[in-house]
Design a protein around this ligand. Structure first.
Ligand code: MRU
Length: 338
């Protein structure tokens, strides 16, 4: 099993996803600020994985604090929670996980420091364990939508690497593959950070799932040739009306899928739904540095002075989504998650 996030001997271990597919290296973390850096710099990425890592960041902050009692400890945690929350704005799982950690800290602030630290560790581990169980449940719900001999297109990486270790879109694909239903997975390379070619293709190779990599710009042509039966992607934040933020390029894939009459599904845990946001228009979209677009790896592919617009996510309107697959079942348009 791919385990990108582990807690071992008072340390957080993260698989450095920036080095994949060339090198598999686990990094050790003992300070919350380093975990915040790891989230910002994409050592760990993917909405549920960011939430899990941040929860353990709070555990580390509690270990770093010299507060004499629970009340002081809870006050110390605020700085870490703010720092962790400031890393990436779009994936709601980050804020959801921090809220859970804050809730536990506040509910148990009267405990002695060692007991409060244990509670926080228990909560972070629960967030990780629940994500894994939720992914397996949504994988089963989603696999029922996958026809025999399916050719599935996916964008970005919504796999084990992006979660506690099973995956959302790739969780559905894993389960459907176990049932012998997957003929082929079309993997969009996902410019500019290449989560498709570097991470999804790596997971497909590890699992022995038949796949084929395409440049993002090839998706429309492949659909037109009748080679795609359904699309499954993950999500970073789902608004109350079902509008879904996911990796940049997802919206284009959804429009193409509609044009070609191909069902377009989103797979995500309930922790990705943000009921406080009425529609996609209010979802904050992260903008990343221009060099992600001006360069491919070490190679410069545009003049250094060329201005760049680099939104990391886009929003797919709910009406383009055939179903949202969660651990509680498949929701259909018009979306209501109550
Ligand atoms: O910038 P990233 O790599 O964190 O973006 C990840 C995605 O957009 C994923 O599709 C999404 O988080 C779902 S992960 C189960």
């Amino acid at each position: 099993m791919i385990a990108p996030i582990r807690w071992e001997r008072h340390r957080l271990l993260l698989l450095d996803q920036r080095l994949l597919p060339v090198e598999e290296r686990m990094r050790e973390y003992t300070r919350w600020r380093d975990v915040a850096d790891a989230i910002r710099t994409l050592v760990v990425r993917g909405a549920p994985a960011i939430g899990c890592a941040a929860a353990f960041g709070v555990v580390l902050a509690a270990r770093q604090s010299a507060a004499p009692d629970g009340y002081g400890l809870v006050a110390d945690l605020e700085e870490a929670m703010k720092g962790l929350a400031a890393t990436r704005p779009t994936a709601v799982n980050l804020f959801w996980a921090l809220d859970r950690m804050r809730g536990v800290a506040e509910a148990h602030r009267a405990l002695p420091v060692p007991a409060l630290r244990e509670r926080l560790l228990g909560e972070a581990q629960a967030i990780l364990d629940e994500d894994l169980a939720g992914n397996k449940a949504l994988g089963a719900h989603g696999a029922a939508l996958v026809p025999e001999g399916a050719r599935i297109l996916t964008h970005c990486n919504a796999g084990a690497l992006a979660t506690a270790g099973y995956g959302t879109a790739l969780g559905v694909i894993r389960t459907a593959h176990e049932h012998g239903r997957v003929a082929l997975v079309w993997v969009d390379e996902t410019r500019p950070v290449m989560q498709g070619s570097r991470l999804t293709a790596w997971e497909m190779v590890k699992e022995g799932i038949p796949h084929r990599l395409i440049a993002d710009v090839a998706a429309g042509f492949v659909m037109k040739q009748g080679e795609v039966d359904l699309v499954i992607v993950g999500a970073d934040r789902i608004a109350a009306n079902g509008d879904t933020a996911n990796k940049i390029g997802t919206y284009s894939v959804a429009v193409l899928a509609q044009h070609h009459n191909i069902p377009f599904y989103v797979a995500a845990p309930l922790s990705t739904i943000d009921p406080s946001i009425p529609s996609g228009a209010a979802i904050p979209i992260e903008e990343r540095g221009g060099d992600e677009v001006r360069r491919i790896g070490d190679r410069q592919t545009a003049p250094a002075e060329t201005p760049v617009y680099n939104p990391a996510f886009d929003v797919t309107p709910a009406e383009l989504i055939a179903g949202i697959i969660t651990e509680r079942g498949v929701f259909r348009f018009p979306y209501s998650f109550r």
